[in-house]
Design a protein. Structure first.
Length: 129
């Protein structure tokens, strides 16, 4: 668990007194790697658009990932499922000549990553990497 310590200022803002420093294996680095991986899959522009135009979908995706991190065992062999926002797929398709399924095939990940309706299915090896 990451622990941060904040102090509330008189003007209502927060001052960070202590930041979690749980090392390179900690939750925030894992989250950053997940976002970087999504940016590789969907493109940085698509991820920025999701964050700017559909912030709720962006946070729902991160929350789903967080739940998977907590619920899946490190040595799990079963596919990890995330709910993928429809807006993410739409934004990708609008700005690319191929759909995301074609990109997955081009990246030679068809056995590791796939979609079923609004579910993003990822092999445990990809998630761990």
């Amino acid at each position: 668990m990451d622990v941060y310590v904040h102090e509330k200022n008189l003007d209502g803002t927060l001052k960070e007194l202590h930041r979690a420093s749980d090392g390179p294996w900690g939750g925030t680095l894992v989250d950053d790697n997940f976002i970087a991986w999504l940016s590789t899959m969907f493109g940085e522009d698509t991820m920025e658009r999701l964050k700017n135009d559909e912030i709720r979908d962006y946070f729902d995706l991160l929350r789903a990932f967080e739940m998977s991190k907590r619920n899946e065992l490190p040595d799990s062999t079963k596919t990890i499922n995330f709910r993928m926002p429809v807006s993410l797929r739409e934004f990708y398709t609008e700005s690319n000549s191929e759909n995301i399924v074609q990109k997955i095939q081009r990246m030679d990940l068809k056995n590791e990553v796939n979609f079923k309706r609004d579910t993003f299915r990822v092999s445990p090896d990809v998630v761990r990497s």
